[in-house]
Ligand binder design. Structure first.
Ligand code: 8YV
Length: 324
């Protein structure tokens, strides 16, 4: 039987490529730079499947890909899918939840600890030769243990953060979510709160919500003003869930104490971005899921999703909006 053609535009582990090649005729983009739009459209023309990272799937891409049946994203977030356009073109979407939960939760804690104890800033302090006796007060940070964390978006990653917070660091856990999570409340002593109440009550505000029309710019100037002046804001969701100019202002004028960010409105962050000038923000290059083990698991899951759809089976993780 003729194997379906697929296009892959990101680096995959050998085992994943071998698995794909067993079931598909694989056209892989191997250059370091992102595949240019025109080239992408050409390569997608014969493709029935497309395996990618965060590439925007929009009307013009879909028009260029008349044979496409499935876009399989190596990510849990799928805000780069234009769901309506995909439905119009009869293209389904899949993603890679679960396998990255614990890895992202680790990174959230790295951001919390790193911001509270000024890890990157003070590493630079030592490297610059500025460390001298008697400067203890200059080096003080804030405690993470037994502080209060407010989690916005209590999905699986939120719960993994709550578990670390409650059981590892003795923290009080507040959360805000579309629906109540009675099990999480019981397991982590978590309190459900309306957003404003959570913002006012938390020492750490952690954004984990997916980016949707409802969560776009969810945190803006008004919300920063509701937070404690000692609050630390963490974003491991998507840059656009936060009004970035409002965040910068809040960090500059002391409305909040500090921030730890893994995601930005524009990625990579431009070299002249104002966030780069602020000492009280910890900046990471979107590495929430970036360990070899987890990225390999995500890639394999994305490959299984793609092959399943092309074989007419239900994939392990179809994006909910495409489920019938
Ligand atoms: C992805 C992520 O690796 O899974 C997500 O939603 O943010 C990351 O883990 C990144 O989007 C690149 O695909």
């Amino acid at each position: 039987m003729l194997k379906p053609t697929i296009f892959v535009d990101l680096d995959l582990p050998k085992a994943v490529l071998n698995y794909l090649a067993e079931h598909c005729s694989v056209d892989a983009w191997t250059e370091e730079d992102t595949v240019p739009r025109e080239e992408l459209h050409t390569r997608l023309a014969p493709a029935e499947g497309y395996l990618t990272g965060g590439r925007r799937i929009d009307e013009s891409l879909l028009e260029a890909a008349p044979n496409l049946k499935v876009v399989s994203s190596v990510s849990v977030g799928y805000n780069h899918f234009d769901i309506d356009a995909m439905k119009r073109h009869d293209v389904t979407g899949t993603h890679t939840p679960e396998v990255l939960d614990e890895t992202v939760a680790d990174l959230v804690f790295a951001l919390m600890l790193g911001s509270a104890r000024r890890v990157a800033e003070l590493d630079q302090y030592v490297r610059d030769g500025r460390w001298k006796r008697g400067d203890d007060g200059v080096l003080f940070g804030l405690d993470v243990h037994h502080a209060t964390v407010g989690i916005i978006g209590m999905g699986r990653i939120g719960e993994a953060v709550a578990r670390r917070a409650a059981h590892g660091f003795g923290m009080k856990v507040n959360y805000h979510n579309r629906s109540r999570k009675p099990e999480a409340e019981a397991k982590y002593g978590a309190s459900y709160m309306e957003l404003d109440e959570l913002l006012a009550a938390s020492d750490f505000v952690v954004m984990l919500t997916p980016l949707t029309n409802e969560t776009k710019s969810l945190i803006g100037r008004r919300e920063f003003r509701l937070m404690k002046s000692s609050a630390i804001f963490i974003n491991a969701s998507r840059g656009a869930t936060v009004d970035e100019p409002a965040l910068i202002e809040a960090l500059q004028d002391g409305t909040i104490h500090a921030a730890g960010l893994d995601v930005f409105q524009q990625e990579p962050l431009p070299a002249d971005h104002p966030l780069l000038t602020l000492p009280n923000v910890l900046l990471l290059p979107h590495i929430g899921s970036a360990t070899e083990k987890t990225r390999d698991a995500m890639a394999m899951l994305a490959a299984r999703n793609l092959v399943a759809v092309l074989q007419g089976e239900e994939p392990p993780h179809r994006v909910p909006e495409f489920k019938v």
